[in-house]
Design a protein around this ligand. Structure first.
Ligand code: CTP
Ligand code: CA
Length: 226
């Protein structure tokens, strides 16, 4: 139903996607990260490509390889991801921010391995500074782009997603509930699509299918008004 109706509906469109975790280095052998696998973003890239879009995928460290036809830009930190997105945002039509960006990074990265004996204080206490909020900044700067954010929450999923929709100037937030055992690095996801005027609750499904549903709603509800 969805796939056949939406086929090639993104032809001529440029789609920019962020995916995966970011790694924020403390020293050459340690970083702050998170368990994001990048699967959702890579599925979005594959789905957009199938719908005829030109796709650029900016991804943090993952084990995944680029889906066929997708231009993959590999980055490590949030600052690198921000720069790669800034360079590409103005020329895209749709931007989806599925990366699990680290909110903070160490104030400084040591140029040598911190030793537990000599650098006890540096290892028990790390000064952090806030990373740029890539989605928020692109949302605030958008001209014609459709902007989609993601929100993984452990509670109050819809209210938090609504707050993010407004605060980040997004056109849609894909909200899902996560716990230690569900959400990250899974092949399936149960999501609610939060739009300004409505919420669309979807059943649990494989991420590739969820990607298709996201574009289906995007094409029907958002792209037709652009
Ligand atoms: N995001 C981003 N850059 C950041 C932080 C978040 O682009 N530095 C994007 C994510 O890719 C996602 C959305 O913002 O699309 C929501 O991320 P989330 O971590 O849920 O929101 P935060 O605003 O960071 O709030 P919190 O972590 O406190 O829930
Ligand atoms: Ca965050």
């Amino acid at each position: 139903r969805v796939a056949s109706k939406a086929r090639k509906e993104l032809s001529g469109k440029r789609v920019l996607i962020t995916a995966g975790p970011t790694h924020e280095y403390i020293d050459p052998v340690r970083f702050i990260g998170n368990p994001s696998s990048g699967k959702m973003g890579f599925c979005l890239a594959q789905a957009a490509c199938r719908l005829g879009a030109r796709v650029e995928l900016v991804s943090g460290p993952t084990n995944l390889s680029a889906p066929e036809g997708v231009q993959l830009i590999r980055v490590t930190s949030a600052q690198e991801m921000f720069k790669a997105v800034q360079e590409r945002f103005s020329s895209c039509d749709v931007a989806l921010f599925s990366a699990a960006v680290s909110d903070f990074r160490p104030l400084e990265c040591a140029d040598h391995k911190l030793k537990k004996a000599n650098n006890y204080n540096s290892l028990t206490h790390i000064d952090l500074v806030e990373n740029p909020d890539i989605l928020q900044q692109m949302g605030a700067a958008k001209t014609h782009q459709i902007v989609v954010g993601f929100a993984a929450e452990t509670s109050n999923v819809i209210p938090y997603a609504r707050e993010k929709l407004v605060a980040k100037h997004a056109d849609m937030i894909v909200a899902n509930k996560v716990s230690a055992t569900q959400g990250f690095a899974c092949d399936t996801s149960q999501a609610t699509l939060v739009l300004p005027q409505e919420c669309i609750e979807l059943p649990e499904m494989p991420k590739i299918q969820l990607a298709g549903e996201i574009f289906h709603v995007l094409v029907k509800r958002l792209l037709s008004f652009a």
